[in-house]
Design a protein around this ligand. Structure first.
Ligand SMILES: Cc1cc2nc3c(=O)[nH]c(=O)nc-3n(C[C@H](O)[C@H](O)[C@H](O)COP(=O)(O)OP(=O)(O)OC[C@H]3O[C@@H](n4cnc5c(N)ncnc54)[C@H](O)[C@@H]3O)c2cc1C
Length: 472
């Protein structure tokens, strides 16, 4: 690794001149909020935090940092769960908080152009009056940015019907470490024009370039939806039921799985008093259906009920029709991660397998848990085969936790690989998962990865020490 330059008063004066004093933080008391993201309890302090307001400023900043060898970690809202936004080599954190304009909503072409710091939820709200919809909606949608979503190739509950962020990005304006500004492709629905740089940038976690503008694809908003909650006696049955729906021609607009502990902890965390979990329940499926015709929606709901009656259900299904009822169920699901976090020290893994193998994945996760003496709480975007496995520390002694956790995680990831899956479906690799990558990639892959990184960022200043493992 190149020796990095330590930021001094002269550098700070340059940043202040370029961005204005109010857009540069460098006092130690101001840096804590940028030293962590939502990845467990990791802390890496930046030396300086900057808030550029336009592409030109980003370009000048990068040019300067590239010449002096100052690491630059781009940050949206810092909700990454893989340590993506942690400045592990110090240097500057480049916050996109002030690059937060919705520049254009082109309703005729079903497109929007936004800056990377736009909050996902704010975009959704802005599109409502146009009858348009941007489907990728991570559970963190009220706080995460579109730029962060692009850089992590994020998913969300709607991915089961509509696909992930990757399916909604048409074109990107990027700034390279040497300050050059480029558009990666075209604002078209089809693209067969040489290497696809847009797709290379999606999921690149701030290691190749800084994304400064994003052209998004939009779809018409389907006006009616309902939410169904099914309680299963067996968690394996709940996983089996997921694929059963598709085999019976049902494509829900969301299909989420939660184990009993996950939902119980979330109900308690959110202080929800009007929903109780029957003692026979071991897992739940939250199923969203949508249709432009209200009657057809209810027909489909009773068809889903018919399909799922073959499984031993713990209670009658619950149907949420009003906005208030739906919001309560979504709150339970969207806040489940925070509920788990508040319960115990934990480690979350973002496993993903072909959907039909979900029951086998869950079975094997439980077997590995028993072998190592870990409790695990699982939930996730079951319709995508994406299971978030939360390994709970509980009362486990620190030494056993630190020594055995990486071995248990490796075994879980090997199961994913053997089932045709991989080690992250939507949270990315960042800092905490990089050393597990050799489970799914060969040295030839890492040669290619390193060559791509070098071509974009020869001085290794952009989010250094991420994605590529220490040994390969
Ligand atoms: C409660 C909770 C629920 C979540 N649910 C989901 C979920 O359902 N689905 C899902 O996929 N994820 C989920 N996440 C993870 C996280 O919210 C997503 O990864 C999100 O996309 C990160 O956005 P952010 O703005 O917080 O990005 P940050 O955390 O700030 O950054 C993430 C990565 O993107 C890079 N980056 C950010 N902006 C840019 C840019 N402009 N140019 C280049 N690189 C950039 C950063 O360097 C970093 O590597 C959840 C997280 C939490 C805490």
């Amino acid at each position: 690794m190149l020796p990095y330059h330590k930021i001094n008063n002269e550098d700070i004066a340059f940043f202040q001149e370029l961005l204005g004093k109010e857009n540069v933080l460098h006092h130690s008391s101001q840096l804590y909020d940028y030293a962590h993201d939502e990845t467990e309890n990791l802390l890496f302090y930046p030396e300086v935090v900057v808030f550029p307001e336009n592409t030109h400023q980003v370009s000048e900043l990068l040019k300067y940092c590239n010449q002096l060898l100052i690491p630059v970690t781009t940050r949206g809202s810092g909700t990454s769960l893989s340590g993506g936004a942690l400045p592990v080599c110090g240097g500057i954190v480049l916050s996109t908080r002030k690059l937060n304009r919705i520049l254009k909503i082109d309703a005729e072409n079903f497109q929007a152009i936004v800056e990377p710091g736009v909050i996902n939820y704010d975009l959704q709200k802005a599109l409502e009056s146009y009858g348009l919809f941007y489907p990728p909606d991570p559970a963190s949608w009220q706080i995460c940015t579109i730029g962060g979503n692009v850089a992590h190739a994020s998913g969300g509950p709607k991915a089961v019907k509509y696909g992930t962020t990757r399916d909604y990005i048409l074109n990107l304006e990027i700034v390279l470490p040497n300050g050059e500004i480029l558009w990666t492709g075209a604002n078209t629905l089809k693209y067969s024009t040489a290497y696809n740089l847009t797709h290379l940038l999606i999921g690149s976690e701030g290691t190749l370039a800084v994304i400064t503008k994003i052209v998004l694809k939009l779809v018409p908003k389907i006006p009616h939806n309902i939410l169904l909650l099914f309680s299963f006696e067996s968690e394996i049955d709940a996983c089996k039921a997921v694929n059963d729906l598709f085999l019976n021609y049902v494509v829900p607009s969301a299909l989420e799985f939660m184990e009993r502990d996950a939902i119980e902890w979330s109900i308690k965390y959110n202080e929800i008093s009007n929903i109780t979990i029957n003692e026979k329940t071991n897992a739940l499926l939250l199923i969203e259906l949508e249709n432009k015709d209200k009657e057809k929606l209810f027909e489909e709901a009773s068809y889903v009920n018919e399909i799922l009656q073959k499984y031993p259900l713990a209670t009658e299904p619950l149907m949420a029709e009003t906005e208030e009822e739906k919001n309560t169920l979504w709150k339970i699901r969207r806040k489940v991660g925070e509920a788990v976090k508040s319960h115990s020290i934990y480690k979350e893994e973002d496993t993903v397998v072909p959907r039909a193998h979900l029951p086998e994945l869950l079975k094997q996760v439980k077997t590995i848990g028993k072998k190592f003496g870990f409790q695990s709480v699982c939930y996730g975007h079951a319709g995508d085969g994406n299971l978030h496995v939360n390994i709970i520390k509980g009362n486990m002694p620190d030494e056993k936790w630190e020594k055995e956790l990486p071995i248990a995680i490796s075994e879980i990831f090997e199961v994913c690989r053997n089932l045709g899956g991989t080690i992250s479906g939507e949270h990315g690799i960042g800092w905490v998962q990089k050393n597990y990558l050799p489970i799914v990639f060969k040295p030839q892959h890492f040669h290619l990865f390193s060559s791509i990184k070098k071509a974009f960022d020869p001085n290794n200043i952009l989010n250094p020490n991420k994605i590529i493992p220490d040994k390969w």
